[in-house]
Every structure is written in C-alpha cells, then in structure tokens.
Design a protein around this ligand. Structure first.
Ligand code: NA7
Length: 549
C-alpha cells in the first residue's frame, strides 16, 4: 500500500455508472443498497441498454425470457410476467422500465446524457467526467456497463456514402420502424441479426437480396405466447432455476422443454448412436439454444463435435429442398464455435420467389454503388441496404470513449494489441474503474445478466472492504493483466473456438487481436478467480492506495 497526498478530494458521487442496460440497473441498485451515492448516465433516451439500441424487425432474445431476467429481486421475479417465451426488444425495454420504476432507480439515472470524457486525477485518485452537455462531475469510482455488443462495425465497403437509397445498420434501427413494403432490399450479413431480419421482412418487401458469405448453424427458436402454467411454475421455483443457471458453466441457461434440463456428462463418443440421437432430438424439439448443453467434449474434441455438427447439418439439408442452395447454406465449421442462430422459418424464406441468395463465398462485395451493390460484374439494384455486419465485440465501446487513466492513457491505446484486463474487471492504469460484461470475462459464453450481477456483487464487496480499511484507490497491475491474458489465451487454445472466425475471437474485425478478449474456461473457474482475489484481500495483483486528508 502506498500513501499519497490528497489534492482535491471533493466528489459529486461515490460512484458513476455508465450505461442503463441490465448491468447498469443492477449496479445502481447494489451501490445504493451498500450506502454509496450513485449516478448512472445513459446516452439513450431510456433504459434498456442493448434492447434500447437494437430494435430491428424480427429481433428476439435467444435465451428464454424467464431466464434472461434479473435474479437479485424476489419482487421483480414475482411481479413481472413475460408475454412470450422469447421476448422482443420492446418487451425487454418495458421490463427494464419496470425494474427501474419498481426499485425506484430512476431518481439516480440520467438518460439522454452521454459521458463524453473521463479523466483520472492522479493527485487525489478521483475520476473527472464530462457529459455531452458539458456538465463536469467528480466521482471516486466508475463502473462501465457499456455492453459487450454495443459498437457496430462500420461496414467495410468502398462507395458506402455514394448509395442513393436508404441504408441502415441492424444495431441502430430507427425506433419508429421502416416501411420496406415493395422495396428492393439487400441484407448484408447472415449472423443472428441478419437471419432474424431476413425472416421477418421477406414477406413484406418487393424483392430481397441476401448477401451471404459464411453459413451459420441456424435452428428453430420455437417462440410462442408464454404458457401461463410454465410462467407460474418457474415463479414458484425460481430459486431452483437460478441455482441451476449459475452452476451451468457454459451458457448460464438451463431450460429444456419447459423443465430444468439435466446436465449432460461424459463424452459424445462414448454414447451410443441411439443415445446421442435421443439427446439431440430432445434439444431440437425444445428449440432455442439448448444445444449448448450437450456433451461437454463437443467444445474441445473435433470428433465429438463432428457428431453434433453432422446432426445439425442434416437438419439444414432436410429443410432446404434445393440441393445446390442447401450446400451453400450448410456450414462446415465445428458447431458452437460461432454462436448458434435461433430463428423462425429462416430456411423456408428461400422458397419465396422474391428472395434471392447472393453467394459471396468465392467473390466478395466489390463496392456499394449509387444504385446498389456490385459483386464482380453484377450490380444488384436496391432501394435499401441493411448492414447486419456485426459488432466490435467486447472492447469496442470502451475503445470508442475518451477515457483517460494514468498519464492520459486511453483504452484505444492500452488495448491496441489486444484486450488487457485482470479478470475482465479492471485494467492497469485505470484505477477505481470497473468493467462489467466486457473484455477478459466469460461474457460471450455465459448469460451476461447473471455474470453482470456477480461482477457487480464483487465490485460492491470490494468497495466496502476498501472503505473499511480506509483505502480509496485500487488498481490492477501489468503483471496481473499479462497473467490473465495468458490464461484467457490458454483457455481458448484448449477449445475448438480458434478454428472458426467469429466475434468471440475478434476475427470479424480486420486486424483485431484475440488476446485477452474473453475467458473461455467456464464460469466456475472464473468465479473461483474472483473469490481468490477477495480471499487474498486484494494483496496479490492489485495496488492499494490511501490518500491523506
Ligand atoms: P455477427 O454474428 O458478427 O454477423 C455478422 C455477419 O456479417 C456475418 O454473417 C458476416 O459474415 C457478415 N459480414 C461481415 N462483414 C462482411 C463483409 N465484408 N462482406 C460480407 N459479409 C460480411 O453479428 P450479428 O449482429 O448478426 O450478431 C452478433 C451477436 O448478437 C450474436 O452472435 C448474438 O449473440 C447477438 P462472416 O460470417 O464473417 O463471413
């Protein structure tokens, strides 16, 4: 521990939180419970986070609503009832509003206000923040709840601004909606966003061109009106559901055919073909992302994975009648190494006469022209282009912000060669700043609502312990970042994820490093790392400072 002289110790708040998604709302509630003064700033005009920004047609959450929800409040769990098995963004935003109102969080939340800059004052260990309206604020701690899929990738095409029609990014869809009827629409990208948009708009538009580079494993969501009996049963047993979710190391969701699915152990290769078929069929019928909870070695062993991949590939070939089209739409990479895509009648869309697939696997898009999209010698004339080209995941939101730690260091500089964090919670040179659900955490592979809650709990306990010991500044070290980055990379290498280009490993953004991007070791060992830091009273891997006065 070091001592330093206090220069200006006056603060407006103990903690400032950035971002009003579920993690941000959780953080406001928790900080207040612990007796800290807190203010949350949100650039959007309302709470909801990713569901406020992402409102494209057809969007549904791909984890069951009863599970994709906050678990720290019994009142919220009991009083809120979901209308659909998989909620859409409007309902998720209504839920976020309900949480904000019911827990009386709104008096500490300022929407429509972006934090434009944040600078660490080394003399007194306090953050000075500036909002887009020029308001200056000082806070001892900052909690960044800015989301792992927040910063859209700028479509990397020549001629983008020359297009004379309308263009939209899936992640910034106009809230008032877009009338696409009778339009010639092009959708570029067939990840979760593109696939959901395509399925939703195909019957409305005049003509739809799907610009398709890599096929994904798409499987039925099986959304429906929430069965009342199911909702009632989950509410009566929420404790049991939440415990099962928390200890489900990959995924963090457990619903299977409206029950808590039993964990599967053992190798896919040791099971008989009949056993495997029964297991996979059960998941297929259940719908959604239940295939994440199958034999654990599908994540680590190519042969085990091949059994699952073949099952899912065969399902696609059954659904796509035209063999040539089926071949283009069938993925060849190991299943699960890119996020599964939960859809509604996606493959059937290609049976419509107004839908045409443009295969980019051999010849990519050359440019956007004033009239449309050019691929080789063909120009596709369009009235509207939808870019569903994904996000600069895990690091994008912080790299885009003007956050300056020690010596004016920004995240863009610090993370230039890869994400550097300790446990995905702190970064060296950024004292008293915590990051939720972002780089270095298991967020891509574990339900971010649960992870966010556990991270916020950890931050809260840490802040209390610092206060008890009269320590007012905590910072992680470069060595801790090196060690954590190495661990992230080792856990990644132990899986099949490096075999496939995806946002999980930064391969969707040219030149982006996978180093430290996410922790692939599962939630249990991640949780243990957080506990170890507490048990050692932050003596290892952290610098603790007390400012006098
Ligand atoms: P994704 O899953 O990153 O998908 C982006 C899509 O855009 C994907 O199909 C890409 O093809 C495609 N893409 C990106 N750049 C290009 C270029 N230059 N040319 C053609 N196609 C391109 O983003 P989403 O928004 O769909 O989903 C992100 C997550 O949000 C999702 O996993 C869920 O967790 C929720 P590629 O596969 O790279 O060949």
């Amino acid at each position: 521990m070091t001592n330093s002289t206090n220069t200006t110790s006056k603060t407006d708040y103990d903690v400032i939180i950035v971002g009003a998604g579920f993690a941000g709302l959780t953080a406001v509630h928790r900080m207040r419970e612990l007796g800290f003064s807190v203010r949350l700033f949100e650039a959007g005009s309302d709470v909801g986070g990713t569901w406020y920004w992402n409102q494209y047609p057809g969007l549904k959450v791909d984890v069951e609503s009863v599970e994709y929800s906050l678990s720290f409040s019994y009142v919220i769990e009991q009083e809120w009832t979901w209308s659909e098995r998989y909620a859409g963004p409007q309902e998720l935003c209504r839920y976020a509003n309900f949480v904000a109102d019911r827990l009386d969080l709104r008096r500490d939340i300022q929407t429509g206000t972006r934090i434009d800059a944040a600078e660490f004052d080394e003399g007194c260990g306090i953050w000075a923040l500036t909002t887009n309206s020029g308001e200056q604020l000082r806070s001892r701690f900052v909690i960044m709840c800015t989301g792992m899929l927040n910063q859209p990738v700028k479509p990397p095409f020549k001629g983008l601004d020359s297009f004379e029609g309308k263009q939209y990014h899936s992640a910034r869809w106009p809230k008032e909606g877009v009338d696409l009827s009778e339009q010639r629409v092009g959708v570029i990208g067939t990840g979760s966003s593109g696939v959901q948009i395509i399925s939703a708009i195909a019957s409305q538009v005049g003509h739809l061109h799907v610009f398709h580079r890599t096929p994904g494993y798409c499987l039925p969501l099986r959304n429906c009106v929430m069965p009342e009996e199911y909702s009632t049963r989950v509410k009566a047993n929420y404790g049991e559901w939440r415990a099962a979710e928390r200890y489900n190391s990959f995924g963090g969701w457990v619903a299977l055919n409206y029950q808590i699915g039993k964990p599967v152990t053992g190798s896919a290769l040791d099971a008989t073909p009949e056993e495997r078929q029964a297991l996979f069929d059960e998941r297929w019928e259940s719908g959604g992302l239940s295939f994440y909870n199958v034999y654990p070695d599908v994540y680590t062993d190519l042969k085990a994975n091949a059994v699952l991949s073949k099952y899912l590939q065969d399902k696609i070939r059954e659904r796509v009648k035209d063999p040539k089209l089926a071949e283009i739409l069938t993925p060849k990479y190991p299943a699960l190494t890119k996020r599964l895509i939960a859809e509604t009648n996606y493959y059937e869309v290609y049976e419509q006469e107004n839908v045409e697939l443009v295969d980019l696997s051999k010849q990519g898009i050359d440019e956007i022209t004033p009239k449309g999209v050019r691929v080789g010698d063909t120009e596709y004339a369009l009235d509207c282009i939808v870019f569903a080209t994904g996000f600069d995941a895990m690091i994008g939101s912080l790299k885009a912000m003007d956050v300056r730690g020690r010596n004016g260091l920004t995240f863009a500089e610090h993370w230039d060669d890869g994400a550097r964090t300790h446990m995905g919670l702190m970064s060296a040179g950024f004292p008293n700043l915590f990051i939720i659900n972002a780089a270095g955490s298991p967020a891509p592979l574990f339900q971010p609502i649960i992870l966010g809650q556990e991270q916020v709990q950890w931050v809260g306990r840490l802040m209390i312990k610092l206060a008890e010991r009269n320590i007012n500044c905590i910072e992680t070290t470069s060595k801790a970042e090196d060690d954590w980055g190495r661990l992230c990379d080792e856990t990644l290498s132990a899986t099949l994820f490096p075999l496939t280009d995806s946002w999980y490993i930064g391969k969707n953004v040219p030149g982006k490093s996978h180093t430290g991007l996410a922790y692939f070791g599962g939630m249990e060992s991640y949780r243990q790392a957080m506990t170890d830091a507490e048990v050692s009273a932050y003596a290892d891997d952290f610098i603790l400072t007390t400012f006098e006065g």
